[in-house]
Design a protein around this ligand. Structure first.
Ligand SMILES: NC(=O)c1ccc[n+]([C@@H]2O[C@H](COP(=O)([O-])OP(=O)(O)OC[C@H]3O[C@@H](n4cnc5c(N)ncnc54)[C@H](O)[C@@H]3O)[C@@H](O)[C@H]2O)c1
Length: 416
């Protein structure tokens, strides 16, 4: 059995979702008005589809907790779905999480091996730095007498039921096998990939998703401000046409390749176009903060990698740079991130740099005339060093990833 604490958008949907899948769930909310409404088969907020599910499951698989002590005692898993609003400094306020923990912990015995899952959104490191110490302070040996994990929720209000019952994937942040096996069991009827990741990663993924969406929205809004400043631009039509780009819909190239970390964007278009629009906006008295930051981060990411490399590679060791073009399947080397990476390694004192690109060696050598060497093939490059920096995600490197066994590889494109 599961007990869900907090029956708001996420909690009630979660409780009903698991009940619908055949699991017995107790639901508990501190707000008695909310509990009464649910007891009378009313959903306390509008969310299509939930009413029928409540009617079907209430007092069958879904039971409103009359007595938190016995609900907790009868449940192997307790899922926290309480709110995590901003505090006055903008931090996630954990007061509801802590009060929920205060209300359940007294009913947990050490030999019960209960699993407490945070489904509420909490910033990365919160479980490790705040929740685990909070519970440990109450006398529990974490990972032996009680298990703590997270399970971020990606549902959208307005589509809560459909998103919960047909998720894209399930994410569980945990390090222990007991929790993994138990969570696999409760999600077994969902037929989607279950990703077991570290506790911090689980928390991070939710913020990865939400801040990306926030950036897209602010980006779109900043573009509308620039358009208004310049004038005679039909912003609505422009966005409609923009959305017809097949990259939004999947094949042959989809948006995933943009929402991907690496060593920054390069090539002919993204750097110069972003710069040019910043300049144009300034001409029209608007300082484009997001676009400036986009360029700033694109600069910062290179020294960030150089620092990582310099922490474990001495200046005398030869380094092979794999990939010179700004992206795979192209020999375009204009503003390629590899150029900046090589320049910064040279400036740091690295004495021997060997570059290899399946297409762009000659053009790169001729255009930039840097004091480096070139390998004629991937095989040759492999023999010239034990340290590799992947600067372009060419398939040749990915297919041959076994060649990197026992080598030091800095995968600046996260392709391996
Ligand atoms: N709303 C969304 O679309 C959404 C989507 C994904 C994740 N989340 C995250 O899920 C969490 C919950 O969001 P929500 O929209 O469901 O919030 P909500 O405010 O609708 O629900 C939270 C519920 O928790 C109850 N509660 C507070 N303290 C309690 C306690 N000690 N014991 C029992 N109940 C208690 C409140 O009375 C309330 O009913 C938040 O962390 C939110 O960021 C929300």
């Amino acid at each position: 059995m599961i007990t869900v604490i907090g029956l708001g958008f996420v909690g009630l949907t979660t409780a009903l979702g698991f009940s619908e899948k055949g699991i017995k769930v107790y639901g508990y909310d501190i707000n008695s008005e909310k509990m009464n409404l649910i007891a009378n088969k009313h959903i306390p907020f509008f969310e299509k589809g939930l009413q029928e599910v409540l009617e079907r499951n209430l007092n069958n698989n879904f039971i409103l907790s009359q007595n938190l002590q016995s609900s907790v005692k009868n449940s192997q898993i307790i899922i926290l779905c309480v709110g995590t609003p901003s505090d006055d400094k903008g931090k996630a306020d954990l007061k509801y999480i802590k009060s929920a923990l205060d209300s359940i912990i007294p009913f947990i015995n050490k030999e019960d091996k209960k699993i407490i899952i945070t489904k509420s959104t909490i910033p990365p490191s919160t479980t490790a730095k705040e929740i685990i110490p909070y519970i440990a302070n109450k006398g529990f040996d974490i990972g032996k007498e009680i298990f703590i994990a997270n399970n971020p929720e990606f549902l959208r209000e307005g589509h809560a039921w459909d998103d919960f019952i047909n998720p894209d994937r399930i994410v569980i942040g945990t390090g222990d096998e007991y929790t993994k096996a138990t969570m696999r069991e409760i999600y077994k009827n969902f037929n989607v990939p279950i990703h077991f990741v570290s506790i911090n990663t689980g928390e991070f993924i939710k913020y990865l998703s939400n801040t990306f969406l926030a950036t897209l929205i602010s980006y779109s809004n900043e573009m509308s401000i620039i358009a208004d400043a310049i004038g005679d631009i039909d912003i609505k039509a422009a966005f409609k046409i923009f959305h017809e780009d097949k990259r939004w819909y999947g094949n042959p190239a989809n948006m995933q390749s943009y929402a991907y970390p690496g060593c920054g964007f390069g090539g002919y278009c993204l750097p110069k176009d972003t710069q040019a629009l910043c300049a144009k906006a300034l001409e029209y008295d608007y300082n484009p903060k997001i676009l400036n930051s986009v360029l700033e981060v694109n600069r910062e990411i290179k020294p960030h990698w150089i620092e990582k490399i310099s922490q474990s590679v001495s200046e005398e060791e030869p380094i092979v740079i794999l990939g010179l073009s700004f992206k795979p399947e192209s020999d375009d080397i204009r503003q390629t991130p590899a150029l900046e990476i090589i320049k910064q390694l040279l400036a740091k004192g690295y004495e021997k740099i060997i570059a290899y690109d399946p297409l762009a060696n000659e053009l790169f050598a001729k255009t930039y005339n840097l004091p480096i060497e070139y390998a004629n093939s991937f095989q040759e490059a492999l023999e010239l060093s034990n340290t590799f920096v992947i600067a372009t995600g060419w398939q040749e490197f990915i297919y041959n990833k076994d060649s990197f066994l026992n080598k030091k590889v800095f995968d600046l494109r996260y392709v391996l």
